[in-house]
Design a protein around this ligand. Structure first.
Ligand code: HEM
Ligand SMILES: N[C@@H](CC(=O)c1ccccc1NC=O)C(=O)O
Length: 253
């Protein structure tokens, strides 16, 4: 292989010096490295998901549906990889995790601004989670923007309005999407958009299921480091839906 004319190397391009020196285990225990790498990988995938969701939201706003489907399909494939990665973490045994769990202090997935931003950008805007992020921090500022700006679901419903539907209440939103599903042949652009959104909600629920199952496998019914009840709290999030009307309308089909 010849060098590129710019002199750019693999290590330069990927900032390997930064990312491969960013693992700082707080114990000398072997398995803590796995815990760190799994979580750092997750944050990189969340970053890519936010990048795709932002693009898809703008494309839906501009009625560029087939380009939006590409970004949305990529989001659900990333979610599949994240769900599969629970199987790697499940090799961490309860005894091996409890040996270093104390170094985590009160840190927790609760404090991941990117996870919450994904929820907010999709349309799941629960303001109670804002308080978990320190006022004035970069994460808090991002979440405040995300909760204010139109979500992917807001833009999908705005597309319905442009298509002549009225979407003032949840009942109207469900009735409008129900009509799209019943007339999928004519309304194929909106119909396909809706099914891409269901793919994402479905994949998010699968990720949540695997999280709660893996957590029960590793810490049983212990409380979470973030202060929640643990498994009971995570189980309570399983019914969350970013696009609830796309689920409830199915009873009518
Ligand atoms: C040993 C492994 C893990 C355990 C025992 C665990 C446990 C928990 C618990 C108990 C909570 C509730 C908050 C709390 O009280 O701390 C939580 C929240 C969370 N965890 Fe984990 N977790 C683990 C690994 C992971 C991994 C690998 C990810 C991401 C890939 C993750 C992402 C999250 C997120 C995003 C939340 C917030 C969820 C929400 O509010 O809906 N966790 N985790
Ligand atoms: N809540 C977990 C700890 C945990 O999940 C965590 C702690 C620090 C950094 C990342 C974590 N996991 C979720 O993103 C526990 O209760 O053991």
């Amino acid at each position: 292989m010849t060098a590129t004319p710019t002199g750019m190397t693999y290590a330069d391009y990927l900032s390997l010096d930064s990312i491969l020196t960013a693992q700082h285990p707080q114990s000398s225990l072997h398995d803590e490295m796995l815990f760190i790498v799994i979580h750092q990988t997750k944050e990189l995938w969340l970053k890519q998901m936010l990048h795709e969701v932002a693009l898809a939201t703008a494309l839906v706003r501009d009625d560029k549906y087939s380009e939006a489907y590409k970004a949305l399909s990529r989001v659900s494939r990333i979610q599949s990889v994240m769900t599969l990665s629970w199987d790697v973490l499940a090799t961490l045994t309860p005894v091996d995790y409890s040996a270093f769990r104390h170094v985590l202090g009160t840190s927790s997935g609760f404090q991941s601004p990117q996870f919450r931003e994904v929820e907010y950008r999709l349309g799941l805007k629960d303001p109670r989670y804002l308080e978990l992020h320190e006022g004035g921090s970069e994460g808090r500022a991002r979440l405040e923007r995300a909760i204010t700006e139109p979500s992917l679901w807001d833009e999908a419903n705005a597309a319905l309005t442009r298509g002549g539907y009225s979407v003032g209440s949840s009942d109207e939103i469900r009735a409008a999407w129900l009509d799209v599903y019943r007339r999928a042949d004519e309304k194929f652009e909106l119909y396909q958009l809706a099914e891409k959104l269901v793919d994402i909600d479905d994949a998010l629920a699968s990720w949540r299921h695997k999280h709660v199952l893996t957590v029960e496998r590793i810490i049983g019914m212990k409380r979470g480091t973030g202060g929640s009840e643990g498994v009971a709290y995570l189980a309570s999030t399983l019914s969350k839906r970013a696009f609830p009307e796309l689920w409830s309308l199915r009873t009518e089909l």
